[in-house]
Ligand binder design. Structure first.
Ligand code: ATP
Ligand code: MG
Length: 464
């Protein structure tokens, strides 16, 4: 096309020179040869060469302009594929590249609108993913992150929103990567429960990997991670609770069954032994009753407990509690010093307050030294009031103090072994304090004594 064009132009230039030549011959009434003599052949040749030169220069300039345009088109197309926004190229309608220019501009408009749609859709998916309460990461077939949500960052305790990064350098958890790789290898969905040691805590994660075929060899792998640490802990606690309860129930029941059988098999005939065995059966049945009551209290706490406020004369409540443990106090030669101001009245739920106070006083007697003291004090603070039960007993290590509010926890001391208890008392106390929107603290020193502090909101009569 281009050669023919140059050739045409050369023919046109040559023809122009020949026409001038023959026109001169005609006007001068001479033959062509004579006219050539007149015009001097050299000039004609020079004219022809000049025309050719001008044509080549024009051709060169045109070619350079077209080259520049082609470079511009290439750059445009590159920019378009890289999602850069650029303006259209303007091409002269007469130019041979006009159609190409129009096509490039069209491709550019189409691609830009496709990218716009794609980004809008991607933002939509991401928006949806942000509301899904599990960690999600979509990985492309080159193992690069396609998208991931913030919930995953929270679970993994670091930023994972690194699009186009290799997923395993961002995730870097061996067992999770192994599960994802299994999906890449088998093209099958995978599921696993994985324990990971993260900077802040050890977590149990439910990992689901889904293979998503798109077309031909094109596919995505979607990783979904759910943090089930808390759920697993609750399950473990429930299992522990059931096995602890069964264990605790078994001891008195076995004892009652064993001694009744002994009585039945003849021990009734021996009044001394019979009395002893009946005492044991009676005591064990009391223990069973306490245990069942504790378990019932615990099960009630979970179900929206009702709180009934009444005016309570706290000093009186302390005296009543001390009286209830009179024989135990005598046995251990422990005295209770009631230092609560006699006129102090508080608005509280009497039943729950009594339960909390009795349990603390009972422990203070149980875990006291023979001849020890228990001091109960109370005072009002700004918007709150507090009472303290202090003893001069065996005390606790800081590790034991950290665990005493757990269900069934009993410190492994010789005193605990002597005392019949289930380890549920303080667990219930804590739950009751929380039901009353209060707080309980313990402060103890081994062999010196223990102080429990209960802080409760100060409720005026009108609010109760
Ligand atoms: P119960 O369910 O009958 O109350 P318990 O007294 O063993 O049994 P908690 O009241 O929950 O259970 O107490 C848990 C443990 O905390 C006790 O076994 C004891 O080891 C320790 N403890 C509680 N109070 C004191 C205290 N005042 N001094 C020393 N240790 C205490
Ligand atoms: Mg107790």
């Amino acid at each position: 096309m281009r050669i023919r064009q140059v050739f045409n132009r050369l023919i046109a230039g040559g023809s122009a020179v020949l026409l001038t030549w023959s026109f001169y011959a005609k006007v001068a009434g001479k033959t062509l040869r004579k006219a050539a003599d007149d015009l001097h052949l050299v000039w004609i040749i020079l004219a022809v060469l000049l025309v050719i030169l001008l044509i080549l220069i024009a051709e060169y300039l045109e070619r350079r302009r077209e080259n520049n345009l082609l470079k511009l088109f290439t750059k445009k197309l590159e920019e378009v594929t890289q999602e850069q926004k650029t303006g259209h190229v303007l091409v002269d309608k007469q130019s041979e590249l006009y159609d190409l220019g129009q096509a490039v501009n069209h491709v550019q408009s189409m691609t830009q609108s496709l990218f716009k749609d794609y980004n809008r859709q991607k933002r939509g998916y991401l928006g949806l993913l942000e509301y899904v309460p599990i960690g999600v990461m979509v990985i492309d077939q080159d193992r690069e992150i396609y998208l991931s949500n913030h919930y995953l960052d929270d679970i993994m305790e670091h930023e994972l929103d690194m699009v186009h990064e290799l997923y395993y350098s961002a995730l870097a958890e061996f067992d999770i990567v192994k599960t994802v790789e299994e999906t890449f290898r088998t093209k099958q969905d995978q599921r696993a429960e994985i324990k990971v040691n993260l900077a802040e805590q050890t977590k149990i994660l439910n990992v689901n990997v889904v293979f998503i075929p798109v077309s031909g060899h094109h596919f995505f792998v979607m990783l979904m991670i759910d943090d089930v640490t808390e759920q697993k802990q609750i399950e473990r606690m429930q299992n522990d609770f059931v096995s602890n309860v069964s264990h605790e129930l078994k001891t008195p029941v076995t004892s009652i069954a064993g001694f009744s059988e002994t009585l039945k098999n003849g021990a009734l005939e021996d009044p001394g032994a019979a009395n002893k065995f009946v005492d044991i059966i009676y005591n064990q049945s009391l223990r069973l009753k306490d245990l069942i009551n504790d378990i019932l209290s615990l099960s009630r706490i979970g179900t929206n407990m009702e709180v009934n406020f009444k005016e309570v004369q706290f000093s009186q409540l302390v005296s009543d509690c001390a009286l209830a443990y009179d024989s135990l106090l005598d046995e251990r030669q422990v005295v209770v010093l009631n230092k609560v101001p006699a006129k102090m009245k508080v608005q509280a739920d009497p039943g729950k307050l009594k339960y909390i106070l009795s349990n603390l006083v009972q422990n203070a007697v149980r875990y006291n030294k023979v001849g020890g003291k228990i001091t109960v004090t109370a005072k009002t603070l700004e918007n709150k009031w507090q009472f303290q039960v202090s003893d001069t007993g065996i005390g606790m290590t800081s590790e034991q103090q950290g665990r005493i509010f757990e269900r069934f926890y009993r410190a492994d001391t010789s005193r605990s072994k002597e005392v019949d208890g289930t380890g549920l008392g303080l667990a219930i106390v804590k739950e009751y304090v929380e039901v009353l929107s209060g707080q309980i603290k313990v402060d103890s020193q081994l062999n010196i004594g223990t102080t429990f502090t209960v802080i409760l909101p100060l409720i005026s009569e009108n609010n109760s």
